[in-house]
Write a protein that binds this ligand. Sequence first.
Ligand code: PLP
Length: 428
Amino acid sequence: PEPAPVPAQVPAQGLASRLDELRGEYAALQARGLRLDLTRGKPSAEQLDLSEALLALPGEGVHTSENGTDTRNYGGLAGLPELRGIFAELLGVPTEQLLAQGNASLTLMYDTVVQALLFGVPGSERPWSREEQITFVCPVPGYDRHFAVCEELGIRMVTVPMTSDGPDAEAVAELVATDPSIKGMWVVPTYGNPDGSVVSEAVARRLVSMPTAAPDFRIFWDNAYAVHHLTAHEAKSADAIALAEEAGHPDRVLMYASTSKITFAGSGVAFFASSPANVAWFTKHLGIRSIGPDKINHLRHAMFFGDAEGVRAHMRRHREILAPKFAAVTGILADRLGDLGVATWTEPAGGYFVSVDVTAGTASRVVQLAKEAGIALTPAGATFPYGRDPQDRNIRLAPTMPPLDEVRVAMDGVATCILLAAAEAAAG
Ligand code: PLP
C-alpha cells in the first residue's frame, strides 16, 4: 500500500510573513541562470588525478605477482594475493576470507542476491526464489541502488529508521525474530549513504547476535566508505564478520567494499569478504561465471599503494580536497537556516553525502524549486524504497563532484529553496 502522505508541518513562526521577501530572493536566484549539479556521488576530476600514476602501471614487462603468477593469463579466481592482503588489513578480515574481483562492488552484491535466489545460501532449505516471499530490511534513508536491486528481483522491502549509531537495531531485531520471509538486510556500516552514521560496536553486536526466524538470514554489510574519512578521527568499522562468528552466527555477514572512491570510480577493484563457508559458496558459483578476474588491475593497484598505510595516506589526500566542500555545505546551511526550525542536517565525518531533512511535506517542492533555478538535486524520495519518502522530507546532497566555488553557490541557492518551500507551507 502507498504510504499516506503526511501534511506539511507548520515551520517556525514568522516564516509565512517572509513569503514575499523569499519569493523575491528566489526570483533573483533564478535570474542568475545557474547550471549546477549536486546529484552525483562521484569523485571530482581533481580526486581522480590523485591516482593518475595508475595509468602507467604495471608498465611494460611487469606482469608477475609476488607468488610468481603471470597476471596476464587466466586463473587466480580469488584475486591477486598481495592486493587481498592490503585490503584484508584495512577491512579487518583474514586474507583467505577476502576475494578481489572486478570494478564494482554493486555487481558482487547483485550476484550474491541472484545466487541466493537461484541456489540458496549455506543453511538455506531451498533457493530463496522458491519461497513464497522474500523480504529485506532496509534502513532509511539509505542507498537507492540497494533498493533497486530488491525492486528488480521482486524482494519486498520493509524499512527501519537510521539512528546516529546505524540502523535502529531493536526495530530490526523485532522484525526478524518472527518473520521467516526476512532473509536479508542492507547496512552501510561506515559513513552511511546518505546520513554518514557509523554503526557502533553495540549495534553491530546486536545485529549479528539477534535471533532470526529465517535460518539463512544475511546482513549485506556494504563497507563502501570504510577508509573515506573527512576528519582526523578515522572511525574504525566494527569487525562484523568476527563478531558474528563470536555470536554463533558465523555465516550471517557478507561484506563488500571497493576502490571506486579511492582510485578510479570506473576502473577500481571490488572486494567480497565473509565466513569460510560463504566464501566457498560464492567462489563455487563465481568459478562457473568467470575463469578469473582482471589481475593486471589488481597488480597495478598493489604497486600503486604498496601497503595498507599507502591506502590511508592516499585517502588523506582525498580528504584535503573533500573536507572544504563538506564544510561549505554544512556551514552555509548553518548560516542561512540556523535555528529557524526549517531543516536539520548531518555533519558527516566521512563518506560522500550530507543528508538534509527539510520541513515535512516539502522535500519534492525544494527539489523542484532548485531545478527551476538551475540546481540539480537528487530526486526527493530517492533515499527510500520505491523512491517514496512517506514524509517527503529527506534530501541527499552530494558535494564531491563540483568545484568548491560551485558547491558554495549551489548551497546558497538550496538554502533559499528550503526557506521558500517552508514559507509556502506555513502560508498554506
Ligand atoms: N555502496 C554504496 C553505499 C555506495 O554509495 C556506492 C556508490 O555510490 C556503491 C556501493 C557502489 O560501489 P561500486 O562502485 O563498488 O559498485
